[in-house]
Design a protein around this ligand. Sequence first.
Ligand SMILES: Cc1cc2nc3c(=O)[nH]c(=O)nc-3n(C[C@H](O)[C@H](O)[C@H](O)COP(=O)(O)OP(=O)(O)OC[C@H]3O[C@@H](n4cnc5c(N)ncnc54)[C@H](O)[C@@H]3O)c2cc1C
Length: 394
Amino acid sequence: MKHALIVGAGPAGLMAAETLSAAGLRVTLCDALPSAGRKFLMAGKSGLNLTMDEPLAQFLTNYRESTDWLSPFVEEFDASAVRDWAQGLDQEIFTGSTGRVFPRAMKASPLLRAWLARLAANGVLLRTRMRWQGWDDNGNALFDTPSGSESVTADVTVLALGGNSWSKLGADGRWAAILERRGVQTAPFAPSNAGLAVDWTDHMRGHFGAALKSVRWSAGAQTSRGEAVLSARGLEGGGIYTLSPALRQGAALRIDLVPDLTPEQLTGPKAPARGRTLSHWMKSTLRLSPVKAALVFEMAGGQRADPQNWASLIKELPVRHNGFLPADEAISTVGGVSRAAVTGDLMLSAVPGVFCAGEMLDWDAPTGGYLITACLATGRHAGLGALRYLAAAA
Ligand SMILES: Cc1cc2nc3c(=O)[nH]c(=O)nc-3n(C[C@H](O)[C@H](O)[C@H](O)COP(=O)(O)OP(=O)(O)OC[C@H]3O[C@@H](n4cnc5c(N)ncnc54)[C@H](O)[C@@H]3O)c2cc1C
């Protein structure tokens, strides 16, 4: 019986293990940590958003510049396949008002437990505390284990080692240097879906925890209508996470605090009454929430003195920040194994028989279930690619 080695027990590696064990291979699944799926469990802490219920063409555009790369994989394992898969693990699923799909339990632990039990029943051997270190002189996978170095022989290998955030949950990106030494092209890691650091003045303290809602954010050509929450360290939330690509390129961040009012309305029927203060206008005429009004005073500086500026401040308030919060706190990262380094079956051209899946590949997507969906889809595709490789070699 052929032996498949999967390294990395996150959603991508577990899906590769499922695909290969279902095809009748002997599968060993190794992870550096003492248990599987730690980041997946963390993803469920504030609601495990598995996928998004929307037309496929729209869904795929969320993979941005990687859309044409990931489309074949996601088309083979799309949002409805993700739902079926979760339901096949006895998880009740529901779709929220914005199309986001969650397990009824919200957290990841019941799903992960059921998945690991099914994999074990299919004969998948999970080995923990096995840190992959590359290859030994014979080309076998080499691990650091509590009892020393160990080589593992396999007919095919799938690496699903994650990106480079929340390193204590396993995705520490240390594998990149190992692959680079083997001639695999990688792109540098950078945060995505990350919060922004802001040095708030003391005036903003009372607003920590408050959400900026019904706003439109913009950075370069990207816009978003999502929310963000003020914290002592800055701004966090889907509204700004989704702008990560433009912010990475240094685009200035702006916020429209009244996206449903036109500039003409602000200078016409909703214009400030003569002699009234900015504060009065924002509160009484525009009915801005306290946190929105405070943000105008915080960010507008001297510009707020002149009523001529008020409408444009409200519509295009510049938001000063100090860049992303530490990369290790980002929900995901870009960078990792480059598209040019893998075949259409996600096999490393430089290391035949070794496939890659999940966030360790260099693609990007906003939150909203697109991350987990692509991890599952690439895990499955890498598994199928490994089967095709074995079939061709037979
Ligand atoms: C707070 C938070 C919330 C999130 N919420 C969502 C959400 O709601 N929806 C969504 O779609 N996505 C969400 N994500 C993102 C999602 O969790 C990740 O994209 C996904 O877990 C990546 O899967 P993966 O299998 O590629 O890698 P990972 O889940 O990171 O798994 C990689 C595994 O490889 C192991 N590993 C690494 N190096 C080695 C080595 N050298 N040897 C052996 N093992 C190794 C690690 O221990 C780890 O278990 C969230 C992430 C965070 C941090």
